[in-house]
Design a protein around this ligand. Structure first.
Ligand SMILES: Nc1nc2c(ncn2[C@@H]2O[C@H](COP(=O)(O)OP(=O)(O)OP(=O)(O)O)[C@@H](O)[C@H]2O)c(=O)[nH]1
Ligand SMILES: [Mg+2]
Length: 362
């Protein structure tokens, strides 16, 4: 095996560079944050690849081959037209009279104030160039809400095959509480009872084991705690008869590369079952933190987002923006502290109703 180090501003981008170059055969060796001479922090991810793959790719990279498929004339024309359409839209909004301009500007400002990114709104508005929807405030708001609805994705609840569900996310967002709610839901509250076990990987937080064991004891559910990948494999083997294994992880700041890498090792473990990774994200997430949370946690190949603490805010625009920009499907909503009651299967309607309630207050 040959080791190679890739550098980027976050571990995910560095790892992706490696996968782009060598494909899925790369194995993660280490990742660390390093302060460079220009004072900026960068992430160095070292991977290893089989020697033959390394030789093949490195040799290929030294020969400049232009194998990018040529754009057909039609595609080039379409791209040019779409660019012109965009420019026309921006020229039109510059040239509009105050009255016309006010509808477009007002509605755009309203959605931006509620947390929706200008880039996303610009895309929606440019598709409306020349349409009379732009002249009617109510129509325009409905159109944007419909676009939001269409852009959101929901992951259907599916327990037809045995699975391992791992919950990851920033510190204190509600991972352990949500695991307890899911455990109760799957083992007692659905049409059919499923065999559920809990597995704790949090060896950092004092009392993490006790917190999970407390819920497991009340529900009389099997639970284990492990702190390395070998024990993880053994634990999963031991629990192979269970329908759902819920895996709790340590809360991580998106900048805690070491914990993140340790979790990646668990996710990449070679086991017979698929590991579904679910990011738990608080509805109170700050706009400034969103990019970092996505860039770092998506390194774990996220299957869905579980949104927690819905009850703690009525401003859902920032969260909605996160879902629109990153397009990860939502699976569950946690709407309070009560186990097991405060858990809902994710629905676009619930999220949009709450968002519209906030818009109506303007
Ligand atoms: N209001 C509200 N509180 C919640 C919700 N979910 C969890 N909490 C509370 O948030 C606090 C932290 O919950 P935990 O489940 O321990 O969070 P965690 O993500 O496991 O925390 P770490 O393991 O320390 O990263 C607890 O007081 C929970 O009762 C929710 O949906 N709404
Ligand atoms: Mg926890």
């Amino acid at each position: 095996m040959i080791n190679e180090t890739f550098v980027a501003s976050d571990p995910k981008s560095a790892y992706e560079q490696a996968v782009e170059k060598y494909g899925d055969v790369v194995t993660l060796v280490s990742a660390k944050q390093v302060k460079y001479e220009d004072g900026r922090l960068r992430c160095e991810v070292t991977i290893s690849v089989p020697k033959d793959v390394f030789m093949e790719k490195s040799l290929l990279n030294n020969v400049t081959v232009n194998d990018a498929p040529e754009q057909s004339e039609d595609e080039a024309l379409l791209a040019e037209l779409s660019e012109l359409k965009k420019q026309l839209y921006f020229m039109k909004s510059e040239m509009l009279g105050e009255d016309d301009k006010s509808i477009v500007q007002k509605i755009k400002a309203l959605f931006m104030k509620k947390g929706i990114a200008q880039s996303w709104l610009d895309g929606v508005f440019s598709a409306l160039t020349g349409s009379n929807i732009l002249d009617d405030e109510t129509l325009l708001v409905s159109y944007i809400l419909e676009e939001i609805d269409e852009s959101l994705a929901v992951k259907e609840e599916s327990l037809s095959a045995p699975k391992v569900m791992m919950l990851v996310g920033p510190t204190g967002v509600g991972k352990t509480t949500t695991i307890a709610k899911l455990a109760a839901r799957y083992s007692y509250l659905m049409d059919k009872p499923y065999k559920v076990a809990l597995l704790n990987l949090d060896s950092y937080k004092v009392g993490a084991y006790e917190q999970l064991a407390h819920y497991a004891d009340i529900m009389q559910i099997e639970h284990l705690t492990v702190d390395n990948t070998d024990a993880f494999v053994d634990g999963l083997e031991l629990l192979s008869e269970y329908d759902v294994i819920l895996v709790d992880t340590a809360g991580m700041s998106p900048y805690d590369t070491q914990k993140l890498i340790k979790t990646v090792e668990f996710v990449q473990t070679d086991i017979p079952r698929n590991i579904e990774v679910n990011l738990v994200l608080s509805a109170t997430v700050k706009y400034e933190d969103m990019d970092d949370i996505y860039n770092n946690f998506s390194f774990l190949n996220l299957n869905s987002v579980i949104i927690s603490k819905f009850d703690e805010t009525k401003y859902l625009g920032t969260l909605l923006n996160f879902m629109l920009l990153y397009k990860i499907p939502m699976s569950y909503f946690s709407i309070g502290q009560e186990v097991p009651d405060d858990l809902l299967v994710a629905s676009k309607e619930y999220l949009l109703e709450r968002f519209i309630g906030d818009l109506d207050e303007e």
